[in-house]
Design a protein around this ligand. Structure first.
Ligand SMILES: [Zn+2]
Length: 196
């Protein structure tokens, strides 16, 4: 089945601190790099927009445990942990969306406090494909906000991994995204973590 909706790809937070060795490492987080690189190339080859979001926190934010949040320090602006994972495709045609800048907000979603929705609308995008890190936080919130903003959404199960603070969080996030109207494509087992 083909459709002619204009598409964009959103690669969420594939940054050093979320990959193995990082301060908030997602198990097997680096495994999203290869499938997302493939997709980025395909989108760019077709002239379709590609976005990379990045967590871009100030050193002091209520998002961090030290200041009342739940997370260890991660992805602080202009530190190595905030850089995109090595091996992730870099291309001047890719638009970088920085989020989590507000020190009073978590900024999980790529739409939260950014111009992403306006940028997509300006380019007449109707459908977004979303993958990255992590399934149960920033990917989920980005997917849910995209739906709320009126975009069709395909969530890329093979190209996302979960934090799984609780072992079933990734699977539950997939269900939440599906129930909200996202189409889940790819192998869902990939996001459910070990033991599932
Ligand atoms: Zn964060």
């Amino acid at each position: 089945m083909t459709n002619h909706r204009k598409k964009a790809l959103i690669v969420v937070d594939v940054q050093n601190d979320f990959c193995p060795g990082g301060s908030l490492a997602v198990a097997n987080g680096d495994q999203v790099v290869a499938p997302l690189n493939e997709l980025m190339k395909e989108f760019l080859d077709r002239g379709e927009p590609v976005f990379k979001t990045r967590d871009w926190h100030p050193a002091k934010t209520k998002h961090f445990a030290d200041y009342g949040g739940v997370w260890p320090v991660h992805c602080v602006q202009n530190t190595p942990g905030a850089e995109f994972c090595s091996g992730l495709l870099d291309d001047p045609r890719i638009t970088i969306i920085s989020k989590g800048i507000d020190e009073s907000a978590d900024g999980y979603s790529g739409f939260d406090g950014t111009d992403l929705a306006q940028n997509l609308r300006d380019q007449k995008v109707e459908e977004v494909w979303v993958g990255g890190l992590a399934t149960d936080y920033c990917v989920k919130h980005t997917v849910l906000d995209a739906l709320q903003q009126g975009f069709e959404v395909k969530a890329l199960a093979d190209a996302m991994r979960a934090v799984n603070v609780n072992p079933s969080d990734g699977a539950q996030a997939i269900e939440e995204m599906r129930n909200a109207g996202a189409e889940i494509i790819g192998n869902e087992l990939a996001v459910k973590g070990s033991g599932h």
